[in-house]
Design a protein around this ligand. Structure first.
Ligand SMILES: *[C@@H]1O[C@H](CO)[C@@H](O)[C@H](O)[C@H]1NC(C)=O
Ligand SMILES: *[C@@H]1O[C@H](CO)[C@@H](O)[C@H](O)[C@H]1NC(C)=O
Ligand SMILES: *[C@@H]1O[C@H](CO)[C@@H](O)[C@H](O)[C@H]1NC(C)=O
Ligand SMILES: *[C@@H]1O[C@H](CO)[C@@H](O)[C@H](O)[C@H]1NC(C)=O
Ligand SMILES: *[C@@H]1O[C@H](CO)[C@@H](O)[C@H](O)[C@H]1NC(C)=O
Ligand SMILES: *[C@@H]1O[C@H](CO)[C@@H](O)[C@H](O)[C@H]1NC(C)=O
Ligand SMILES: *[C@@H]1O[C@H](CO)[C@@H](O)[C@H](O)[C@H]1NC(C)=O
Length: 253
């Protein structure tokens, strides 16, 4: 008897999980994957998602003053030697082939990434802190790249950016893919990004401020959860009412 009960509840649990998974999957599918059929094949071999790298800048006394964890994908428009035309080169930054340097001041922090691999690239991020509002943001990105297939080296710089906005003492996080446009010829896709350019406690990130894309994602499970809780409540009420009725039934006999 007890065995039958256990099997029964196991079966019920699995069924419930399947229903939950189906609901969640449907919720995500409708939101994240608009049905746009891919008719054109990409001109290049897409490199897939980049590996997440951990980059740290220290002050002269060894204190960590800037910390970043992210997967970086570069998207550069250049004239290809092999194809003899303008192409979009999409390349992932390989963390273990990337040298990190930089510096920190009270109101600005610089992260420099340099790759010595085949696709030679220098990438600089400058964050600024507004001491009045205690807010920071990514203000400048500059790039220089000398890839084997480039007809000539490429450089790009934009010092009027307003990306990755956060509050002093907090880190900025965006788990979703995010595109940062720097110049007409250069953009970056970031993956699993978390960065804190100011006010680190020790070498750890402060509490994270989530980007809008991530917050939108979190909303769906919350709505589904609330709906399920409502359903459970209704079933419970129905059960209680049913039991009361049957009690009443016994009493009249
Ligand atoms: C390191 O220098 C920073 C200022 O540049 C200072 O705030 C911090 O206390 C120093 N840390 C140590 C361990 O000396
Ligand atoms: C690269 O940039 C071009 C033009 O800005 C864009 O059309 C393309 O979708 C981008 N590719 C990726 C993988 O981000
Ligand atoms: C490259 O293309 C241009 C025109 O687009 C042409 O004049 C030139 O001869 C081509 N060079 C090579 C090496 O194919
Ligand atoms: C980087 O990692 C790849 C494989 O993950 C390895 O083949 C390569 O030797 C590594 N390079 C360095 C400089 O550690
Ligand atoms: C800093 O923030 C304050 C308040 O939001 C603003 O008035 C001021 O213009 C900002 N300063 C700079 C240099 O952006
Ligand atoms: C990157 O910077 C280093 C040092 O400043 C320089 O020697 C190198 O040529 C640069 N690489 C590119 C691709 O611009
Ligand atoms: C710099 O970035 C801003 C904001 O994305 C853009 O409006 C501006 O055109 C860019 N400037 C250059 C020189 O590409």
């Amino acid at each position: 008897m007890a065995q039958i009960g256990a099997v029964h509840s196991w079966y019920l649990g699995v069924t419930l999980q399947l229903i939950l998974a189906a609901i969640l999957h449907q919720g995500f599918a409708t939101v994240t994957a608009p049905p746009t059929p891919q008719t054109t094949t990409p001109p290049h071999t897409e490199p897939g998602k980049p590996e997440t790298g951990n980059y740290v800048v220290k002050t002269s006394n060894g204190t960590v003053c800037l910390k970043a964890s992210m997967g970086l994908q570069l998207n550069i428009t250049f004239t290809s030697v092999s194809k003899n035309k303008t192409v979009q080169g999409v390349v992932n930054l390989k963390p273990n082939g990337t040298a990190t340097s930089g510096s920190c001041d009270t109101d600005s922090a610089t992260l420099r990434l340099q790759t010595s691999e085949v696709e030679k690239t220098n990438l600089t991020f400058i964050f600024v802190l507004n001491a009045t509002s205690n807010k920071y943001h990514l203000n400048e990105v500059s790039l220089s790249a000398a890839w084997p297939d480039m007809k000539k080296p490429i450089s790009a710089r934009n010092s009027s950016l307003d990306y990755l906005r956060g509050t002093l003492g907090y880190s900025y996080r965006c788990r979703n893919e995010q595109t940062l446009d720097v110049s007409p010829d250069f953009s970056m896709n970031t993956y699993q990004l978390q960065v804190q350019p100011f006010g680190l406690k020790g070498d750890q990130f402060g509490a994270a401020e989530e980007c809008q894309l991530d917050e939108d994602d979190m909303l769906i499970p919350i709505i589904v959860g609330a709906a399920l809780a409502g359903l459970v409540l209704i079933v419970l009420l129905a059960y209680l009412i049913g039991r009361k009725r049957s009690h009443a039934g016994y009493q009249t006999i």
